[in-house]
Design a protein around this ligand. Structure first.
Ligand code: TRP
Ligand code: ZN
Length: 881
């Protein structure tokens, strides 16, 4: 065991001793005992190497033939816990390896697994080694031929990558299907699916004239929920041709939706596997957010065909090469398909709510990590979303046209190769004759930079601070593009950077920008559009924030100003609660006490501005949203979570009261049309959701608000239903329980929809939440083996039920850790995600911190702890010591 607990380092990369040129792999499927026969042509890459070390985990070895001769154990090969070493002092050989596996007992959902009547694989990152012995690393590219034999005629589809060569009924009644993928690929892109599905078919003709068969496979009875996924796929195919000149390269593109899946989806060549949550949609069952996510994830996996599959990663430390770039591409796609501003705000919320926290915690790592114990732990918001922000900065700095030149050169150079992040940046540099050497620090340096702004008499001074992180003590100054302008006293906006393009590049620790006289008492508008993944420190007065809200041209800047106002007010309430705690005479019921007249007035002014300005519905909705607890938490040291929770709640109530008329009017103005997923309607419903939540909250303070039931009964779509349910939940009114019973009656049969129900229960602010969670775990739709259920119930509780999770007696922490002890043995990947909120332990006030610490220490001593949890726990507990 101890040998595999040694971390791998990026610097230790060496090319593979051998390559595997072709794979001819056959499966005789059976849930308990699937027989695998893998025939490989191998060639030696490094002369002098005479041992071929194949990875293999949880496999039952049967036999090995080398060039047609049966090999002998301990003479020709040795077996060990993590693979098979073959003595091979030749330049070429044909190997035939037979082994068996047990898909029905594979609850990790990695490798080949069998659940609810279907077989499915998940090989990224290192799952292929749970199927057969292999060089399971992304720089080994092979041509695959796959044979699937199955004795169960009810499994109508036996699928794998590429083109179908053969589909025959054998004499013994078994069915045999053969697939061949003409493109060389790493093992992590292999896929096999066998099951009974309904199938939606369509076609797309590429810009190169290729007619592609498109197929979406879903559980039987759900064909009517597959249309949105299909039309999203066609939009993505067209967009990538138009935007990057990239066309699809096979005659068939398959998408399969499954209920048991560890993540969102997987880009296997020609055969994407999706979590059914990101495929199935109809107005009755899916929200606008679901429609949006489906479109963006379908696009994400499709875009991987070029950024990931045609050009892949040399090693897993380079993961952001494909993920950061592909997230950036799916973001651009969504911006073009829906509302660019709405998209940007969503992206920024992910960064501020999740990525900043990760980067401030024990797992902080650069977008290209240097050290990894369990690769599955590095599919992170840092690698994905901060990675996309780094690509976006390149796009900003090089201009869209320059970025496109870099992409073209990248594909011209590296198509068919396994490459590094350096190779990508090199292509960007060479295509633009640019020097990106300082910029590249974004790939190697972890942590969130802080940019401090000071308005001195005749200049603006900018300073960047890069604090040490647990993984890196020493930091360097980064190359930071900061979109920046100044508002004069009249509210006119002026560019101030030297080139007057609106973006100032801060490349040293400090820099100054001189200001003309008329701007010396102006107000800066900083980091518009979140031009870099940094935090900004500027001491605005409340009036200055309102000045930005009123006069900045950019809707993004207006939204950002509203967020600053809210977090400032919450900070004031938090601090005054602290005083009260200390005086021991707290008066938590009268939240107005927390604020002076000027502070209350700032909120009134914000609402007044919203009432007279003519902003689009989605902008108004976003401005009426207070930053989440998680977003705020990152700004506090020695955080007392329950005090922050009360401060958050106090401001929410004050906003609900202040915005009461505004919300009422907007709700009255709503013209309800039959559901269509169309941007103007999405914006309208988004505004409805925000207003109804504030409105019900305001009413609940007056003991009213239970008349939601009829509105709920009239709603014809899931978006509005969920908005009403959330409103009732947040206001904690009696109607909530009645609505939840209704909801269960209507949707109890639909697994995807019931996840929303579980999540609503798990995030309800109620004192008996833990016994609720026990009851819900006994619900017939719940299963600890299904990651969607676990995330909906336990994940939602740990991430978003601030009150319950941070209960002062530590019962919330204990509940989650007890659960993780059970889950880790079933599915370590999912356990390792659910633990995330507990990793923030070192940022909490000592009483909370020690409650978490004792729970994590208890978990750490558990027998057979997974590598996944071991890596996170050891880092967290070490940081505290
Ligand atoms: N590569 C996939 C994506 O970005 C995500 C992925 C990585 C994944 N590891 C996985 C999906 C394990 C499922 C299971 O879309
Ligand atoms: Zn991806």
């Amino acid at each position: 065991m101890s040998s595999i607990l040694v971390a791998k380092r990026r610097d230790d990369y060496r090319p593979s001793d051998f390559f595997i040129d072709t794979v001819d792999i056959s499966f005789i499927l059976s849930p308990e005992n699937t027989e695998v026969c893998n025939i490989m042509e191998v060639t030696r890459n490094i002369s002098g190497c005479d041992i071929l070390k194949l990875d293999g985990e949880q496999l039952n070895f049967v036999s090995l033939m080398i060039n047609g001769r049966l090999a002998k154990e301990n003479i020709d090969y040795t077996l060990h816990e993590n693979g098979l070493d073959i003595n091979l002092d030749v330049d070429h050989a044909t190997l035939e390896i037979k082994n068996t596996i047990s898909p029905i007992n594979n609850t990790s959902l990695e490798g080949l697994y069998y659940v609810s009547g279907a077989y499915c694989t998940q090989c990224e990152a290192e799952g292929f080694r749970k199927i057969t012995y292999f060089l399971d690393r992304p720089d080994v590219l092979s041509k695959y031929r796959v044979t699937i034999i199955c004795d169960r005629p009810e499994l109508t589809y036996l699928l794998s990558n590429g083109n179908k060569l053969e589909d025959t009924l054998l004499e013994d009644g078994r069915r045999k299907v053969v697939w061949e993928d003409p493109h060389r690929k790493p093992a992590y892109l292999f896929a096999l699916v066998a099951g009974h599905f309904d199938r939606l078919e369509d076609s797309f003709t590429t810009s190169e004239g290729r007619e592609v068969l498109l197929e979406v496979f879903v559980d039987s009875g759900r064909l009517h929920q597959a249309g949105h996924a299909m039309s999203s796929l066609k939009k993505a195919m067209k967009w990538d041709e138009d935007t990057f000149g990239l066309a699809y390269d096979l005659d068939r593109y398959m998408i399969v939706a499954v209920d048991f899946f560890n993540m969102g989806a997987m880009e296997n060549k020609g055969l994407n596997v999706f979590n059914s949550k990101f495929v199935l949609a109809e107005p009755k069952s899916a929200t606008d957010e679901d429609y949006f996510n489906i479109e963006s994830i379908i696009a994400h996996e499709y875009f991987h065909n070029w950024t990931g599959n045609r050009v892949t990663c040399r090693d897993w430390f380079q993961l952001s090469l494909k993920e950061g770039l592909t997230v950036f591409r799916d973001q651009r796609f969504s911006e073009d398909m829906s509302s660019a501003l709405g998209c940007r705000i969503k992206q920024v919320k992910v960064m501020r709510e999740h990525q900043f926290a990760e980067d401030a915690g024990p797992m902080s790592h650069p977008i290209r990590p240097d050290e990894v114990l369990e690769m599955n732990n590095f599919y992170t918001v840092t690698v994905y979303d901060k990675g996309a922000e780094v690509i976006r900065m390149l796009h900003t700095l090089l201009t869209p046209a320059g970025f496109r030149r870099g992409m073209d050169l990248y594909f011209a150079r590296h198509d068919g190769q396994a490459v590094t992040c350096d190779d990508f940046v090199q292509a960007m540099e060479d295509a633009n004759d640019a020097n990106l050497s300082q910029f590249k620090l974004w790939y190697s340096q972890s942590g969130t930079p802080e940019v401090k702004l000071a308005l001195e008499q005749n200049q603006l001074r900018l300073t960047q601070t890069n604090k040490p992180t647990p993984d890196q003590a020493v930091k360097q100054a980064l190359y930071i593009p900061i979109k920046l302008s100044m508002l004069d006293e009249k509210g006119l906006e002026h560019t101030v950077d030297e080139e007057h393009l609106g973006t100032f590049v801060l490349s040293q620790e400090a820099a100054t920008i001189s200001l003309p006289e008329r701007l010396q008492h102006g107000v800066p508008v900083i980091l518009t559009d979140f031009s870099a993944p940094v935090k900004i420190d500027y001491q605005y007065t409340l009036d200055e924030i309102l000045h930005v809200l009123r006069f900045a041209q950019s809707h993004y800047a207006k939204w950002d100003a509203s967020q600053m106002l809210y977090s400032r007010l919450i900070r004031l309430a938090y601090d005054s609660n602290e005083d009260n705690d200390n005086d021991n005479n707290s008066d938590n019921n009268n939240d107005n006490n927390k604020y002076n007249a000027g502070q209350i007035q700032s909120l009134t002014n914000l609402i007044e501005y919203l009432e007279q300005a003519t902003l689009p519905d989605d902008v108004v909705a976003q401005i009426l949203c207070i930053p989440s607890f998680e977003t705020l938490a990152i700004e506090y040291t020695q955080l007392n979570p329950s005090r922050l929770q009360s401060a958050h709640q106090e401001l929410t109530l004050l906003l609900a009261r202040t915005a009461k008329d505004c919300c009422e009017r907007r709700l009255k103005e709503q013209r309800v049309l039959p559901y269509r997923y169309e941007q103007s309607e999405v914006n309208r419903r988004t505004l409805f959701a925000v207003c109804i939540r504030l409105h019900v909250l305001a009413l609940s303070q007056e003991g009213k608000g239970n008349d939601l039931l009829s509105a709920y009964a009239q709603a014809d779509n899931m978006t509005d239903k969920l908005a009403l349910l959330k409103a009732a939940q947040q206001a904690d009114i009696n109607a909530f329980d009645a609505l939840m019973i209704d909801f269960e009656e209507e949707f109890g049969h639909d697994a995807v929809v019931m996840d929303k129900w579980f999540a609503l229960h798990a995030t309800a602010p109620r004192d008996d939440i833990l016994s609720r969670l026990d009851l819900l775990q006994a619900h017939s739709q719940y299963s600890v083996k299904n990651p969607n259920k676990v995330r909906a119930l336990i994940g939602s509780f740990a991430f978003y039920n601030t009150q319950g999770f941070h209960a002062a007696d530590g019962s919330g922490y204990k509940y989650v850790v007890d659960f993780l002890m059970k889950l880790d043995a079933i599915n370590p990947q999912v356990a390792s995600r659910i633990i995330t909120p507990l990793l923030q332990m070192n940022r909490y006030e000592s009483t909370y911190k020690s409650l978490i610490e004792s729970q994590l220490s208890r978990l750490f001593t558990q027998k057979n702890l997974s590598k996944d949890l071991f890596e996170k726990l050891s880092k967290t507990l070490a940081q505290s010591a």
